[in-house]
Ligand binder design. Structure first.
Ligand code: AHR
Length: 552
């Protein structure tokens, strides 16, 4: 059979069978049959059929508080994460306040960042805080990240000023790998004492007479790897010493707001990491008065293979489903380490702090590979929502998390280039999830169904619900399927809904991105549910993240 188009034909085109030409009626019948067959084969999937999913939420059932600190950020001296991303210097033509970019500060304020982890990462274990105070500053090197020169113009005071401008708490990492307990304890005294010690007078001379508040303190970073390749026992001996001597003297932090100390924890689910968690938690169970921890860090990147080779732009559904499949491993990882922690700390006094998470892709072509530059697509928005949902479901143990990294590095919420700034799809997920900060978890029951592509099957949807600090009910639903709508039917008990509306984030393609020239390709759009008989009906776009407020 052949298909040809001629100018003389009535239809313009006609089928030609080897034995005869077909009439108009015969052609119509063949078209109808072919269309029916294609529908039956599922070839019409790209036309986006809707799949029904039922959810039920009992708002009278309260779970743990979703600590606002799970929406924390991580900013390391790495590539353009600090320099150009935050710090442009007071003499820059880019609008700034005391050297800190105004556009970035405004954007970060809008997503209510609770805390920022600084100065690293691997950088922290080579950072000497004295290089970053006073004038002139020592110029050093950054051997971990491209071997570039480190001007130290962004140091302690600039970081604290930045936090003050965005309204976030400090999460400092002290140098265990190449520093000393004395160096760390003096940094804390410099930062926090209210008494006129020599260090406090130096702080005042550098512009800040009042003590700073340090909410969180990380004792080392990846001490099993870039932080010094330590065994669990060796690290434990360091941890006990540092924990003893890094004192916070701020009078306002002696009772209610004590600084929380976070030990280095696992970097995966393999035996090496379970042994690490076992060792730290076993020691914690019998810890003496002279040392203590409040958190155990966990690092888990979505990378699939090492070195990172997945592209952050110009990919298709194969790479979309691989990355999402891998990111969902966060659930198993947290469950595994929580179970170990439960053995030694059943009261869950020690939090899991997932202080490095996010997607780690191949560096963008043409960028310095040491700068970890990647784009951020709709896939990353879905990935962010899935991880935040996992953290929320484990809110009793996961009380802090920091996406890596805030600006221009890895899964950034902001990308800058000279005076330009673009907000990424991940940024908008953080913005939409603001109501979940310190909200009370409310369980959602649903049969997620499945989304299959090739040999990979994933849940079609994911959802969490919570009551915010004012008692209002919020629901977040992610549709993982990049091709099909979801018709969500939400039954509610404990609440009589009057209306439900919010925002939804989707994009034309799984690899759609926001760029400096097209910064609004992916932005949240309003969405409203129909309310019928106490139920909500909501149509969710393929590959979308939706957050709605239920009004009663
Ligand atoms: O975020 C980049 C690096 O990843 C950090 O410096 C390190 O802690 C981790 O290995």
């Amino acid at each position: 059979m052949s298909f040809s188009c001629t100018r003389s034909s009535n239809f313009g085109c006609h089928f030609v069978l080897p034995f005869k030409s077909l009439s108009r009626l015969e052609v119509s019948v063949i078209f109808a049959l072919l269309f029916g067959a294609l529908m039956a084969m599922g070839a019409a999937a790209p036309l986006a059929r809707a799949q029904k999913v039922e959810f039920s939420v009992d708002s009278s059932k309260a779970g743990a508080k979703i600590d606002r600190n799970i929406f924390g950020q991580f900013a390391e001296h790495l590539g353009h994460g600090i320099y150009d991303g935050i710090w442009v210097g007071p003499d820059s033509t880019i609008p700034n306040t005391r050297g800190i970019r105004n556009d970035v500060v405004d954007a970060l304020k809008a997503i209510r960042i609770p805390n920022v982890r600084w100065p690293g990462g691997c950088f922290a274990d080579e950072y000497h805080w004295r290089n970053g105070i006073g004038n002139p500053r020592a110029v050093t090197l950054n051997p971990n990240w491209g071997g570039v020169m480190e001007p130290n113009s962004f140091g302690t005071h600039e970081f604290m000023d930045f936090l003050d401008q965005i309204g976030a708490e400090a999460y400092l990492s002290v140098n265990v790998g190449s520093g000393t307990p004395r160096e760390a304890s003096e940094w804390l005294e410099y930062l926090t004492t209210a008494q006129p010690t020599t260090l406090a007078r130096e702080r005042a001379a550098n512009g800040h007479p009042a003590p700073y508040k340090v909410a969180f303190l990380g004792i080392g970073n990846e001490s099993w790897d870039c932080g010094g390749n330590m065994t669990p026992d060796f690290y434990l001996s360091q941890l006990k010493i540092y924990s003893r001597f890094v004192r916070n003297f701020n009078p306002a932090q002696q009772d209610n707001q004590q600084m929380l100390k976070i030990a280095v924890g696992p970097g995966g689910g393999e035996p090496r990491w379970t042994e690490w968690t076992e060792a730290i938690m076993k020691a914690y169970q019998h810890h003496s008065w002279s040392w203590d921890i409040n958190g155990l860090s966990m690092h888990s990147y979505t990378v699939v293979r090492w070195p990172p080779s997945f592209k952050s732009v110009g990919f298709g559904e194969d790479e979309y489903r691989e990355i999402l499949k891998s990111t969902l491993d966060m659930e198993g990882l947290i469950s595994k380490h929580s179970a170990i922690m439960d053995k030694y700390d059943p009261q869950k006094k020690v939090a899991i702090v997932v202080d490095e998470w996010g997607a780690w892709y191949a560096p963008l072509p043409g960028s310095n590979p040491g700068f970890l530059v990647q784009q951020n697509s709709m896939r990353d928005a879905v990935l962010a929502a899935l991880n935040l949902n996992i953290f929320a479901r484990h809110a009793d143990r996961v009380r802090m998390a920091n996406i890596a990294q805030m600006i221009n590095v890895l899964q950034a919420v902001i990308i800058t280039e000279k005076e330009r700034m673009v907000l990424t799809p991940t940024y908008y997920v953080f913005k939409m999830y603001v109501p979940f900060q310190d909200a009370t978890f409310v369980p959602v029951v649903f049969d997620a169904g499945t989304y299959t592509h090739g040999d990979v099957t994933l849940p079609r949807v994911d959802a969490i619900a919570a009551k915010d600090v004012t008692g209002k009910l919020w629901l977040a639903i992610t549709n993982l399927d990049p091709n099909q709508f979801v018709e969500a039917a939400v039954s509610l008990s404990g609440i009589t809904p009057k209306s439900a509306a919010g925002e939804t984030l989707t994009a034309p393609r799984v690899d759609s991105v926001n760029t400096f020239d097209a910064p609004r390709t992916i932005v949240p759009k309003p969405i409203a549910a129909k309310v019928q008989g106490g139920k909500l009906a909501l149509k969710l776009e393929p590959k979308s993240v939706t957050v709605i407020l239920v009004e009663q």
